[in-house]
Design a protein around this ligand. Structure first.
Ligand SMILES: Nc1ncnc2c1ncn2[C@@H]1O[C@H](COP(=O)(O)OP(=O)(O)OP(=O)(O)O)[C@@H](O)[C@H]1O
Ligand SMILES: [Mg+2]
Length: 279
């Protein structure tokens, strides 16, 4: 197995304190999500997410750790409006006012996309193969109708530069790029509207180990430049230690432990987190 290259020392969480002015950005109160039953099994349905409470400040990275099936993506998808919570509240602290977005209708969701974006795991499935990178990146700009055609083109090339690609990438199709480059493009699409929050759902898990560190470092850099907050979902403690300020551990739909990313990934107090550390 290839070793992951060592992370640069400036990425050490102990030397990366959370943003000082802890301005609230997102609050999740007592969130529960139940899916309809698949198949014909009888008996009570266990919720996929059960009473989860989380808080995120502006510019902060909260890591969500847990085994496969623990409910991490369900939490992210509820924040994104992709699944309907069965109970609880999601409050977004906008620049002007706070807003309960738990059941935001589709039109409001589309406008919320300016503030809340996503990067998924699969860099191959997440880009439309028949559209150029320029078309994909300018689409959100046209939806918000705040840019002329030439402003949008300038914005697309600036954004490509921000993620470490050259402006000529805009003319090409996804097939021309490697997995790591495609994930940079997916990140570019997420930041093109300068959102306040990006839900990163295992964004490096499908990448070669040698590429993972570069993409993680890019996300850290972008956070410094743009002040964006991340809800960073991963099953990998090393990744969470590297990227997150704080972290929470999900087990069977509930949070079992929360703390600084460093403490949680080096000296966990909950037995379940300890088993993740030794796994
Ligand atoms: N669309 C769905 N319909 C029914 N059950 C679902 C659906 N999506 C997820 N589940 C179930 O909900 C639980 C939590 O799934 P979820 O995808 O949130 O976990 P996860 O922590 O993201 O796992 P992984 O690390 O594998 O991505 C699992 O038991 C899963 O089988
Ligand atoms: Mg998942």
């Amino acid at each position: 197995m290839t070793e992951r290259p060592p992370y640069p020392p400036d990425a050490n969480v102990a030397e990366r304190p959370p943003p000082t002015a802890a301005e609230p950005l997102l609050e999740v109160h007592d969130l529960s999500v139940s899916y309809g039953r698949r198949g014909r099994i009888r008996g009570p349905l266990r919720p996929a997410v059960d009473g989860v409470t989380l808080r995120l400040s502006r510019g902060e990275t909260l890591g969500l750790l847990g085994e496969s099936g623990s409910g991490k993506s369900t939490i992210g998808n509820a924040i994104l409006g992709l699944v309907r919570p069965t109970a609880g509240r999601i409050v977004f602290h906008g620049a002007v006012h706070d807003e309960d977005i738990t059941h935001a209708p589709p039109a409001r969701r589309r406008r919320l996309a300016r503030h809340i974006q996503v990067v998924f795991q699969d860099p191959y499935g997440s880009l439309n193969p028949s559209r150029t990178i320029g078309q994909t990146l300018s689409e959100p700009l046209h939806v918000t109708r705040r840019h002329t055609r030439s402003q949008a083109a300038a914005r697309v090339s600036d954004t490509l530069n921000l993620v470490g690609l050259t402006a000529d990438a805009a003319e090409r199709y996804p097939a021309a790029f490697s997995g790591g480059q495609r994930q940079r493009i997916a990140i570019a699409r997420a930041i093109v509207l300068e959102p306040d929050l990006i839900v990163c759902d295992e964004p490096t898990s499908a990448l070669d180990l040698s590429v993972q560190a570069h993409v993680l470092n890019l996300l850290v850099e972008l956070q410094h430049t743009l002040g964006v907050a991340y809800l960073f979902i991963s099953h990998d403690l090393d990744v969470i230690r590297h990227i997150a300020h704080r972290a929470a551990v999900v087990r069977r739909g509930t949070l079992v432990e929360e703390g600084t990313a460093h403490q949680l990934t080096t000296r966990p107090s909950h037995p379940y987190t300890q088993t993740l550390l030794t796994a």
